[in-house]
Design a protein around this ligand. Structure first.
Ligand SMILES: NC(=O)c1ccc[n+]([C@@H]2O[C@H](COP(=O)([O-])OP(=O)(O)OC[C@H]3O[C@@H](n4cnc5c(N)ncnc54)[C@H](OP(=O)(O)O)[C@@H]3O)[C@@H](O)[C@H]2O)c1
Length: 431
């Protein structure tokens, strides 16, 4: 039930999906049509009327009771059209990536019109740029701008948040969280491949260098923790009882988790460390995945390799393409994170806890569209006082009111509980 005492309650739409004609955006639109409470008002938006009409057809097929879904036309070349669109919504979800290319104008419009914003980006330079340009105004206005609400980076961010909160409630500061992707089945879309290539090939070298900083997304004056730049390495982890390789999304996820701790005022722990790897069944696969990942990323600094990679991506995974319905439904992911508390002088061993974060469909599309839609519904349906309360923000209550945020700092358990109800696992227990 929409609470009419909420922020921007007089606007015609609770949620607008921008980029609804894309592979991920259409899945978000379908999810909202099927799963949003009946009284939630939403619209879809993009630049192409015909493509949007075919998305509304898909939506009414999955949710025949949703009639005449409104369509809004806007264009990033016409800022006034974006202002008109976002001023009609309480929350905008954007899946119009690559965000480094197409994302800035929409965030600008949301900040200027005090409209909350959720997106699917996994591009750290985009997140850094919107922090630099918009954090202060969004924080002053109480607007929540929340990038990275898909598989990048909700499982990592919420896993670290739950563990730090669990330990804080025992009176402990967190020394470290290690996260592993234990198992996963999923396929990348055209937009995801283009976005990854964009980060690796279109970010100027000086910004790529800055991006290597583990605290790249933290406020400039935030206290730095113990994490340092680590090259891709493989190793055997006693904690996880498994070989670990480099994980392709750690570049974004680790920096988002560290931003969360910094935004909470280093409340996880003053020397909080975070790392992320992918579990592998044996030494051979752990070494092969790590070496291949490192080699591909290094080779992509060479212009001919960049050209060949973009040509192959356009040919084999073009924009708009992605996994089939069956591939989405049979996909899944299983993440595990272990948190270790700061050891007191009188303790023999450190207190530890374990979190499991699992998804029941393809991580990048089935579960990402769910995470994006539920994030927007959280901002639309839960009032700000509740978001800042212990029920939502746990031990870190009352610290955040707006800004360029992360999923955990903006929505905490209010989002986790919605995702649990939608079939995902977010568990934490003593170890
Ligand atoms: N975090 C995650 O786990 C995760 C998962 C999935 C996707 N993603 C990210 O989400 C983004 C979208 O991926 P996708 O596979 O859905 O991409 P896609 O199918 O290529 O869709 C891109 C969308 O962006 C729109 N767009 C492109 N250029 C535009 C412009 N100049 N003005 C307005 N709209 C424009 C497209 O509109 P038209 O149809 O009009 O061209 C389309 O709606 C990517 O950045 C991807 O990395 C992240």
């Amino acid at each position: 039930m929409v609470n009419t005492t909420q922020r921007n309650a007089d606007r015609p739409y609770d949620v607008i999906v921008w980029g609804a004609t894309g592979f991920t955006g259409a899945l978000v639109a379908e999810y909202l049509a099927k799963s949003a409470p009946q009284d939630v008002k939403f619209a879809i938006a993009g630049r192409n009327k015909e493509k949007l009409a075919s998305v509304t057809e898909r939506m009414s097929k999955v949710a025949p009771n949703r009639k005449n879904i409104p369509v809004i036309i806007a264009n990033i070349d016409d800022q006034a059209s974006l202002d008109r669109m976002v001023s009609q919504a309480r929350v905008v979800i954007s899946t119009a990536g690559p965000f480094m290319q197409h994302g800035h104008e929409l965030v600008e419009a949301c900040v200027n019109n005090k409209t909350d914003y959720i997106d699917s980006t996994g591009e750290p330079p985009f997140v850094r740029a919107i922090i630099d340009k918009h954090h202060d105004k969004a924080a002053a206005d109480g607007t929540m701008i929340v990038p990275g609400c898909g598989f990048d980076s909700i499982p990592s961010d919420m896993g670290a948040f739950m563990l730090a909160d669990h330990l804080a409630k025992k009176g402990k500061k967190t020394a470290s969280v290690k996260m592993t992707v234990d198992d996963m089945k999923g396929i990348a879309s055209g937009g995801t491949v283009a976005s990854l290539l964009g980060v690796l090939t279109e970010t100027p070298y000086k910004d790529q260098w800055k991006m290597m900083d583990p605290y790249y997304l933290c406020p400039a004056d935030a206290k730095r923790g113990p994490d340092s730049v680590v090259p891709p390495v493989f190793h055997y982890s006693r904690d996880f009882g498994k070989w670990q390789s480099y994980f392709v999304m750690e570049m974004t996820n680790t920096r988002i988790v560290r931003r969360s701790n910094a935004l909470f005022g280093n409340a996880y722990g003053p020397n909080f460390a975070y790392s992320e790897t992918q579990g592998q069944s044996n030494l051979l696969t752990a070494s092969a995945v790590t070496v291949a990942g490192g080699a591909i990323a290094s080779a992509l600094v060479l212009p001919p390799v960049q050209w060949a990679a973009k040509w192959a991506a356009n040919k084999f995974v073009p924009a708009g393409s992605g996994p089939t319905k069956e591939q989405i439904e049979t996909g899944y992911f299983k993440c595990r994170a272990i948190g270790e508390a700061v050891k007191e002088p009188n303790e023999q061993t450190a207190v530890k806890a374990v979190a499991h974060i699992n998804g029941i469909q393809d991580p990048g599309y089935g579960e990402t569209s769910k995470m994006l839609a539920e994030s927007a519904l959280t901002l639309a349906l839960v009032d700000r006082k509740t978001l800042a309360s212990p029920a939502s923000a746990g031990a870190f209550a009352g610290k955040i009111t707006g800004g360029v945020l992360t999923a955990s700092t903006a929505m905490g358990y209010s989002l986790i509980n919605r995702l649990r109800a939608a079939g995902m696992t977010f568990d934490v227990a003593d170890l």
